[in-house]
Design a protein around this ligand. Structure first.
Ligand SMILES: [Zn+2]
Length: 123
């Protein structure tokens, strides 16, 4: 004759083991997904370089996805991306001002003051 209490205890242990095994599978899947995403995601140095490159040409799908993953958790690279995007838009909106460097020229009075100052120092 078997003890009913012993049978119930065994069933509970099997349920726990089964739940634990399922949790292990879940943990393994989540960990491998995390590792896969981490492998896809570039480091910050590479991410900034890729963002600059992406302004000139379309990146391959794997790179784009990796960059998106990286930017989803790195606020510094997100910020950098926003800044270069802003600069690009500003440069496109004012092409006349960015095409030629602005020539700085001193006034005639300032030139004369500098000349006098240099002469005074030589004497
Ligand atoms: Zn980053």
């Amino acid at each position: 004759m078997t003890c009913p209490e012993r049978g119930r205890r065994r069933n509970r242990l099997e349920e726990r083991w089964s739940a634990g095994a399922k949790m292990n599978w879940l943990v393994k899947i989540v960990r491998s997904l995390g590792r896969g995403l981490a492998d896809l995601s570039p480091d910050c140095k590479t991410a900034t370089r890729l963002q600059s490159k992406a302004l000139d040409r379309e990146l391959p799908l794997r790179r784009r996805f990796g960059l998106r993953v990286h930017r989803s958790f790195c606020k510094w690279c997100r910020r950098y991306g926003k800044q270069i995007d802003f600069l690009r838009k500003a440069a496109h909106q004012h092409p006349d001002q960015t095409a030629e460097p602005v020539r700085q020229r001193l006034s005639d009075q300032a030139r004369e003051r500098i000349k006098q100052s240099l002469r005074a120092n030589q004497e």
